[in-house]
Write a protein that binds this ligand. Structure first.
Ligand SMILES: [Zn+2]
Length: 348
């Protein structure tokens, strides 16, 4: 199997904005990168670096004294002067400020920080600590009922925590889903039946017509053939439209001819491309990849993720068939629960 799917270079580029020109610095040696618990901080000084080698300063924290920064991971490094130090990877709610900063520059923010003081206690959102405990108690990457039945204000106040806890993100503009429904134009006749099958898959499990067919003149989302072979994608969502690689799509032996006989016998051209389109539709719903091989939203590693709870280099859990989620074209309970979560988060 070659490449499954890659997400959205478009969005990643768009959000890497306003990078001031800082001088390059001497490279540090990265000893280890660990997952860090979700915590909120502020920083009044210190440089923020784009990478753990500390070669590029991208922000000066003194310019963002009132911005809450959320930790995601920590890096243990050996600086060019030989000293060992701990840096945290932090991110602001709007993602404008993100990078590595020396952990001593960070001051923890009180839990009630993110709510208006005039709110009465019953209208107060769940504390970050309580929410993180709740997420840690629930299955990994699977927002079960306990996570999806909180108060509306809990989702508004804690979007970043849900994003980081479940690899979800507001990928689509609010204009794409009107009353929880996207109107889809399939620009190529060759794609029509497969796109319809992929849309039906999501509509069936979500129990409503989330994706309905539109026209060239009236649509909020388009699915087109595109050119992904050079960049290594079969499907792509760029925050506006979905693209399917025309070279692989026009090769009727793909992907079977490139798989082992055992795996190839369990899938088909139709099943795979339906899976790829359904996977890209999953991105429009705000789902980034997981490491669970059976998931429709599976990716073999976390490298292409825009947001990730933790890093992975191989499947966290293999599928029973040995096929990837896109090759099976099946929406798992985990995929479905994540899509239900992004609905309560207001991403679609
Ligand atoms: Zn993807």
């Amino acid at each position: 199997m070659l490449i499954a799917t890659t997400f959205s270079l478009g969005i990643a580029t768009q959000l890497a904005v306003n990078t001031p020109a800082f001088a390059k610095t001497k490279s540090a040696k990265v000893i280890k990168i660990n997952k860090a618990p979700f915590k909120a901080y502020r920083a009044k000084k210190g440089y923020i670096y784009s990478n753990a080698k500390l070669t590029k300063r991208i922000h000066n924290a003194k310019n963002y004294p009132k911005t809450t920064l959320y930790s995601q991971k920590e890096a243990i490094i050996k600086k060019s002067n030989g000293k060992q130090a701990v840096y945290y990877y932090v991110m602001s709610k709007n993602r404008k400020v993100q990078g590595y900063i020396w952990h001593r520059y960070l001051t923890p923010v009180p839990i009630k920080d993110n709510i208006a003081s005039s709110e009465t206690s019953t209208n107060q959102p769940i504390s970050q600590k309580a929410l993180v405990n709740l997420i840690n108690k629930a299955p990994d990457m699977d927002p079960t009922e306990s996570i999806r039945s909180l108060k509306p204000i809990d989702y508004i106040a804690n979007e970043t925590i849900f994003d980081l806890g479940y690899n979800v993100f507001r990928f689509s503009p609010s204009s794409m889903f009107k009353s929880h429904q996207a109107t889809v134009y399939v620009a190529s006749g060759k794609l029509a039946s497969l796109a319809q099958a992929a849309m039906t898959k999501w509509n069936n499990v979500l129990g409503s017509q989330v994706f309905k067919l539109g026209t060239a003149k009236a649509h909020t989302l388009a699915i087109r053939l595109g050119n992904g072979t050079k960049d290594g994608w079969d499907g792509l969502y760029d925050g506006k439209g979905i693209y399917i690689d025309h070279t692989h799509f026009n090769n009727l032996n793909y992907p079977i001819a490139y798989m082992s006989e055992n795996l190839g016998s369990q899938t088909s051209y139709q099943q795979y491309w339906t899976g790829v389109i359904a996977h890209e539709l999953g991105h429009t719903l705000g789902l980034d990849h997981t490491g669970y091989q059976a998931d429709l939203m599976y990716a073999p590693n976390s490298d292409g993720n825009f947001i990730t709870k933790y890093l992975w280099k191989r499947p966290i859990e293999r599928s029973s068939t040995g096929l990837d989620g896109t090759e099976m074209g099946t929406i798992t309970q985990r995929d479905l629960n994540r899509a239900r979560l992004t609905r309560v988060l207001g991403y679609w």
